[in-house]
Design a protein around this ligand. Sequence first.
Ligand code: SF4
Length: 395
Amino acid sequence: MNNTPNSNRKHIGIYGNTNSGKSSLMNRILNQEISLVSNIEGTTTDPVQKAMELIPFGPVLLIDTAGLEDKSELGTIRIKKSFEFLKRLDFAIYVVDGENLDIDTYKIWKKEASKYNISHMVVVNKLDKLNKDEIENANKLFNNPLFISASNNDNIDKLKDNLIKHLEIEEDEKTILGDVLPYGSKVVLVVPIDSEAPKGRIILPQVQVIRDCLDHGIKIYVVRDTELNEAINELDNIDLVVTDSQAFKEVENIIPKDMNLTSFSILFARQKGELKEFLKGCEKLKDLKLGDKVLICESCTHNVSHEDIGRVKIPRMLKKLVGGDLDIEYKVGYDFKEDVEKYDLIIHCGACMVNRKSIINKINICREKNVAITNYGMVIAYFTNILDRSVNIFK
Ligand code: SF4
């Protein structure tokens, strides 16, 4: 764990006014039964960062930022730096001085944090010095914050528990692109409007990608395949093009060779699972032989279009690959614990109706039992020869 790079740690920013107790709180968190693994001193203007193991969650990076209401010249530079850090945060703790309930600065900070879709919790410090009325007032102003005393260690365990819960929820609700591209990036979404497109609307995965980009301040341009060439010429510095798997080859021929390109199926395979493990699972496809046992696992009683992929398209591709029959089983809502070892490969559905955690649990069981697992999106990308290029952006 000591070697976990900061890029693999959840970044938690601690914000608040000068003297609200941010640094004492950070030290309190670090002093829990947690091992401090590194200490990176900031410069005079940089926030101070400390890497630690937040048990039982995992590796995190705590970032103690400058006091927000410091109006001095140096203070203004520090605040600017602290705000810049918002771009890379996974979560924030906002510390309020219980003896100086500055709601205005909090509102300014909150507005800035919401630009980057940063979830946060508010803690009111100096509980040991507050009377009943002051607690009630803080409760009303900050909408039921957590009261702590960093100096007395009051409620620090509770804060840690709440922090872990928040981080687990964030982990569970992995974003689609918000953690891959920085604020202000440009994404072009290719949406073919052909006879198969539903009348008068775009489909849910496309809507979800648009919403995710908007949530994270990523500029998104939606075009049909027929206008893509024009759009590419008009727009500068495109960070990513996302297209339907079916149109991948056509889109690949239009856009420059060095432009990032991926498909919706890859985006959702990543959002609902673990790309690395699914890629490993795809490797197994190369070794599949006649008669091998393949489980196609569906999370729910699905609709017709999913039947088409899981029950028709993928089995047809697999049979063509091995040149004959495989022993393919289908299971709905299957609990992996029972007899997962008997399969040579498991192909999971897109899991649109279940949460990420349930898929991660299944991936973990497969990993433990050394059984290859991948999902519909990855298999389709593999068979359409787009897998390598479409995962490049995530490497
Ligand atoms: S969870 Fe979604 S992808 Fe999986 S079977 Fe149900 S509808 Fe299909």
